[in-house]
Structures are given as C-alpha cells and as structure tokens.
Design a protein around this ligand. Structure first.
Ligand code: CUA
Length: 190
C-alpha cells in the first residue's frame, strides 16, 4: 500500500516536472522568436529607409580643389564655436596624420577617400565610420579630457592596410583657441 502511494506520488511529481519544463521551454522559444522578429524588423526597416543625408564628391578630383584640397585639411574653428576637422584617408595614410582638437567642443569630422574604402575609427570614442570613395563622411564627437586617441584604419584597403593609422590629439580648449588665432588650419603633424 505504502509502496503504491509513493509510486503514485513519484509519477505525479514527474508529471509536474515535465509540465513546468515544457512551460519554460515554450517561454524561452517565444523569447527567441520575439528577438529574431525585432532584429529582422529593425534591419529591414533601416535598410528600406534612405539615409538622412548623403553628400557626394568626386574621388578623382579630391586633391585638385574644393573642400578637401591639402591646404584646407586640418582643424578649423567655425563661427558658432564648433570645430570642423577635414581629413583624407588614402592608401595608406591619413592626412593630417595627427588631428588636433579641443576639449569640451562639438567636433565635426568631415572625411573622404580618393581611392578605396577606408575605416575611420577613433579609439576610446564611439566614432566609427567608413570612408567610401565618392561620399563625404560626417561624424560628430566631443572630448571631455585631453589625451591621445589612436585612429587605425579598420577596413581592409590593400597590402599596406595594417600600417594605415592616424592620431587624434585632444588639448585644452583655451590653448587650442589661442593657437587658432594665428593659423586658420590646425593639426599636430610635426
Ligand atoms: Cu585604409 Cu585599411
């Protein structure tokens, strides 16, 4: 009799365990389904939307005139107090090699490539973009404290890719503005 009771209790326990397990399996499958649906919707929705702003530029005429001519590269103070940094990424270097920016200022990087796709990434920040020939890449950033940030090219661009990098040097805002008084374009290239 007691044997029968315990066997009964055991099977009831097993049934309950199976029920709970099945319920949790269902919940976890549903969670995965929801995640996949959200990712699919987000990806498709974004891919179907045109970019907010597309600026084109002739890659073959980049050096000959206009915004990305060599004398116009580097950091410039804008009338509104922000700073624009213009740069070119080419096989296998960035110009300027060292970009100088002030602290506590809205910085707008504008960069272009005359040859192939390069990466524009500033370590320690969320600046991460591609330089696609034919387009101007615009990325905003703000730096709280002085220091150096490495800028390795992170898009494979040819045999010299691994040696392609630049640096962003952040200096105190007042020091930067003082330097900007005497020079229209600043960089930290020696
Ligand atoms: Cu430029 Cu890799």
């Amino acid at each position: 009799m007691s044997d029968e009771t315990s066997a009964l209790r055991e099977s009831r326990g097993a049934r309950l365990a199976a029920l709970v397990e099945r319920r949790w399996a269902t919940v976890s499958v549903l969670i995965v389904v929801v995640f996949v649906a959200v990712a699919a919707f987000g990806g498709l929705h974004q891919a179907a939307m045109p970019q907010a702003r597309v600026e084109t530029i002739s890659p073959t005429r980049l050096h000959l005139g206009g915004e990305f001519v060599e004398t116009n590269l580097g950091s410039a103070v804008e009338p509104d107090g922000s700073v624009t940094v213009r740069a070119v990424g080419q096989q296998y270097s960035f110009t300027p090699q060292c970009m100088l920016v002030p602290t506590d200022t809205l910085i707008t990087f504008r960069a272009a490539s005359p040859d192939v796709i390069h990466g524009f990434l500033i370590e320690g920040t969320n600046v991460n973009a591609m330089l696609v020939p034919g387009y101007v890449s615009t990325i905003s950033a703000r730096f709280d404290k002085p220091g150096d940030h490495l800028m390795p090219c992170h898009e494979y661009c040819g045999v010299g890719h691994e040696g392609m990098w630049a640096k962003v040097k952040v200096i105190d805002k007042t020091e930067f503005l003082k330097m900007a008084e005497s020079k229209p374009r600043l960089s930290c290239v020696e």
